[in-house]
Design a protein around this ligand. Structure first.
Ligand SMILES: [Zn+2]
Ligand SMILES: [Zn+2]
Length: 242
């Protein structure tokens, strides 16, 4: 009752266009239908790295994956890293707005479930967010990949492990570095928690944005080196490599 009165006094507003949204319209998301439609979904992509491609084969690979095979097995990328998605992600990451993390987690989960059903993808044993170094996490107040993962894990009914992969090295920000430097920048920065050695076979790594893929590839390299058989990567937004 109180919730209903509050909704009348303070209607929920779409975070993009500020129009009032009703819960029935948006499944309790602070985004109206029209603005959700404006977010560009990745339709055709390289099976392995998730970069947008124009072909129509289901398991097509891009030139780069044909040349150098990444350590991860399959990327599922939901949106193109374009505005207004860029703006939403920046609000979440740099303006410390957890509200946006919840909204983006809802959208990502909805599409992951759709893809998972459509392609009958096997669920991983565990979902692992790309960790942040503790100093960066402290400054931001939360890890965006972890916020996305929590929601996904709950709705896919899949275990979540936020401690298995650790990030003891505080590397420089990837943005602003070219592909070669990005690869070098993340080399050896992750480790596995010894106290938590688990027998996972199939893992899904979750991150908000993927561009060159160096970060998730470094996590995948470590997981594969430690005997994990299959590593999927789920990303909210896929940028081009440059
Ligand atoms: Zn709107
Ligand atoms: Zn590829």
């Amino acid at each position: 009752m109180l919730k209903r009165i509050l909704t009348i006094i303070y209607p929920r507003r779409c975070v993009l266009c500020r129009s009032a949204v009703t819960p029935a319209q948006t499944a309790e998301r602070d985004l109206c239908h029209a603005c959700e439609k404006d977010l560009s979904l990745v339709q055709q992509a390289c099976f392995q790295c998730g970069i947008a491609l124009t072909g129509t084969h289901e398991k097509q690979l891009c030139g780069q994956c044909l040349q150098t095979k990444p350590f991860y097995d399959q990327v599922i990328s939901i949106y193109h890293y374009q505005n207004p998605m860029i703006w939403l992600i920046q609000q979440m990451k740099f303006h410390n707005k957890i509200l946006y993390a919840h909204l983006l987690a809802q959208l990502m989960t909805k599409h992951l479930i759709e893809r998972q059903r459509k392609h009958q993808l096997p669920l991983p044993d565990v979902i692992i967010p790309v960790p942040l170094h503790y100093q960066r996490r402290f400054h931001r107040g939360f890890n965006q990949a972890e916020e996305l993962s929590k929601h996904i894990a709950k709705h896919l009914n899949c275990p979540l492990d936020t401690r298995f992969v650790q990030r003891p090295v505080n590397s420089a920000q990837q943005s602003g570095l070219d592909a070669k430097l990005r690869k070098k920048n993340v080399k050896g920065i992750f480790s596995l928690s010894r106290a938590q050695q688990k027998r996972y076979q199939h893992v899904a790594i979750v991150d908000d944005v993927m561009s060159t893929g160096s970060t998730v590839n470094e996590v995948a390299r470590l997981l594969k080196k430690n005997g994990i058989k299959k590593v999927d990567v789920w990303v909210l937004a896929r940028a081009s490599r440059d």
